[in-house]
Structures are given as C-alpha cells and as structure tokens.
Design a protein around this ligand. Structure first.
Ligand SMILES: *Cc1c(COP(=O)(O)O)cnc(C)c1O
Length: 359
C-alpha cells in the first residue's frame, strides 16, 4: 500500500478511525433491498440532525466527488432567471464561478481577500441578486467565512443561500436553521473523515420547491428525490461509504454529539498552533477554521520544499497550496481522527526539521 505507514495531515482524504477502516475491509453488500434502504434513512436522519436542517429537508446522495455536489446543486436549483453572488476567495470559490459560467447562470464573481465577510452588507456589490453561494471554508487557503452574518444578509435580501460545507463539517459549527442556509453540500473525504466518493446535497423545503428538471440523466435531483422516498437512489450508490457514513454518524453521537467533535477539533487546532510558535512559520490568515492551519514560512524557505521534505524524511503528509501560492502556503489539516499524540508526530518532525529544540 502506498503511504501505509505515513502520518496524515492532508485536507482530504483525512485520517480515518479504525472503526471506519474495518467496514471498508468487508464485502460490499447488495443494496436493492429494505436492509440498505434503512441504511440510507439512517444516514439522512443523522445528517439532517447534525446540521440542524429545517423540518421536511431531504438529502440527495451522489456516488461522486464533492465537485459533483457543487455542480448538481447549481444545475438543479438555479436557472437563467437567477443572478448569483458567488464568493470567490480561492480555488473552490473560483470553481463555483466556473460552474455558473458552464451552466450559463447569471452571476457575479465576488473576489474577496483578507475578510471573513462579517461585514458582507457593506462589502457586497450593490446589485440585485437572487442567490448567494459560498464555500464556508475556502480550503485552498484555509479561510473560514462568517456564516451567521452571511445568513442574516441572505435573509434580509431574500437570497437563496447555497453553502458548501465540505471541509468544515464536524470540525466547525454549521446550522442550517440559525444561518438561513437553503442548501448544504457535504462530501465524504473531508470533515466527515470517510473515503472519497460520496457527496450529499441537503435540500431545505425551500430548496425542494426550486428543484427543476435539468438536461442531465445522472444529476437529475427529481430522480434522486423520488427514489429517496424508498431509501434508494437511481443508480448504484457508494454502498460501502454509505455504510461507513452510518457508522460515522453513530460514532459522532456516541462521542458526545457534533458539538463535542467540534470542541475536540478546536482543542487540537489550538494545541498545534500554540506548539509551533518557536518555528519560522506564521499563520497565513486570521480567519482559520478548526479544520485546518495555514502557514507561511518566514525564513524564505519554500512551502513546497517543506512539504516534500516532511514526506520524504519524516513520513508526514501535509499539503502545499496549488498554483501560484505553492511556495507560500503550507496546509495542515486537523480533520478526521486526530489526537494530540498524533499531532505531536508532526510537531516533533517540524522541530527536528528546523533543528530547534521543542520546549
Ligand atoms: C475538497 C473540496 C471540494 C470537493 O472537491 P472534490 O475533489 O471534487 O471532492 C469542494 N469544496 C471544498 C471547499 C473542498 O474543500
């Protein structure tokens, strides 16, 4: 197995627990039956509870990566009559802009930097919009947006609010009801700490009313919703990942609920940030989520070189940023089955790498 004995701090796939890994080692069962329908129902119920979805919300389960959740949401819920304000603070925001362009949805590319949009009311362009789209945690730079403020803004201006919560679920708080979120997009391989290949689009009753027939066979939400009534999907689901999701949701409950998981992630993130203060690395943004720490070398070293050295010399996997900022940004994930002891592996590797004694 590649990377079998490596320590994993990449922002997706993330470190999975043994309980989840064991399910992945088992035979994939047949699924067109009541037993599997019950798994789907359990996943839907658990997810809706975890994000405090309004009563009557539904989940579309797609055997696809997270981008399919983003694209299918835009396709099924927005039309040429819309005008979307798309928050673009990095690679994933840019992807939503591309998706709107591809599907000819009128939109504004709302480029943002150095703000979590707590003051979106003053920063947003003064145009009339019908929808607001954001990646709650812009994973390319480790930037968390202010969902309360954005939700209040969406409510005030009657905007249909689409939130990609893929890389902050389970580590950072999200609440569909309190934050007026109409659509929430999730994916298996980030905060949920499962293997990649399953995406979920959570639709509030308001979003359900917006679903229209699209020119796509695989991404037709009406088809998924119809099949979902009996706990099934039109095409083969990501069966094993669904079984792992059911177990993961039960695990989160058993460990004290999602609030406790968020507290743990916060404690781990703070532990990491507090323990690397003697190293020539500085925090890239003041708006970091619990999910991830983004660092910039202060000694002129290339972030990409550090990533490669950690992998080759210490068997520790962290991530650079893609594209132009690959030498500037180093990304360390705290998502998944993290403990302080596990985080120490990375901290100790960094101290050894810089030849500095850890206090
Ligand atoms: C990882 C991620 C996605 C999905 O990417 P895929 O590679 O398609 O799974 C979408 N949005 C955000 C914010 C992400 O971090």
């Amino acid at each position: 197995m590649i990377y079998d004995d490596y320590s994993i701090f990449t922002p997706g796939p993330v470190k999975m627990s043994d309980e989840i890994l064991e399910i992945g080692a088992k035979q994939t069962p047949y699924f067109r039956n009541k037993k599997f329908s019950n798994v789907t129902y359990a996943c839907e119920k658990g997810l809706l509870k975890m994000v405090n979805a309004p009563k009557g919300s539904k989940v579309v389960f797609l055997a696809a990566s997270g981008t399919a959740g983003m694209e299918s949401a835009v396709m099924n819920l927005l039309s040429k009559k819309d005008n979307a304000l798309v928050v673009n603070g990095g690679g994933f925001g840019a992807r939503f802009v591309d998706i709107c362009a591809t599907h000819e949805i009128p939109h504004t590319d709302f480029k943002v930097k150095n703000t979590n949009l707590e003051d979106i009311e003053t920063l947003a362009p003064k145009e009339t919009y019908t929808s607001l789209i954001v990646n709650a945690h812009e994973t390319s730079v480790g930037h968390l947006y202010h969902l309360e403020a954005m939700g209040a803004y969406a409510k005030k201006h009657k905007l249909f609010f689409i939130v990609d919560a893929i890389s902050m679920l389970v580590t950072d708080p999200v609440d569909m009801m309190a934050q007026n979120i109409d659509v929430l997009i999730a994916s298996s391989q980030k905060g949920l700490a499962l293997p990649p290949g399953l995406s979920m689009v959570i639709l509030s009753p308001c979003a359900l009313e917006r679903v229209h027939d699209v020119k796509s066979l695989y991404f037709n939400f009406n088809d998924y919703l119809r099949n979902g009534e009996r706990g099934q999907s039109p095409y083969t689901p990501a069966v094993t990942i669904m079984l792992q999701l059911e177990a993961r949701l039960a695990q989160i409950e058993k460990r004290g609920g999602v609030e406790q998981s968020i507290k743990n992630a916060k404690a781990i993130a703070e532990y990491f940030r507090n323990n690397i203060k003697d190293l020539p690395l500085k925090e890239y943004t003041p708006f970091m989520p619990n999910a991830m720490t983004t660092l910039t070398p202060t000694d002129g070293k290339s972030a990409m070189d550090i990533v490669n050295d950690l992998e080759n010399d210490y068997k520790v996997m962290v991530c650079p940023n893609g594209g132009a900022e690959k030498d500037l940004i180093l990304r360390v994930s705290h998502m998944g089955d993290m403990t302080k002891a596990y985080t120490d592996v990375l901290i100790n590797a960094l101290y050894h790498y810089y030849k500095i004694d850890r206090k």
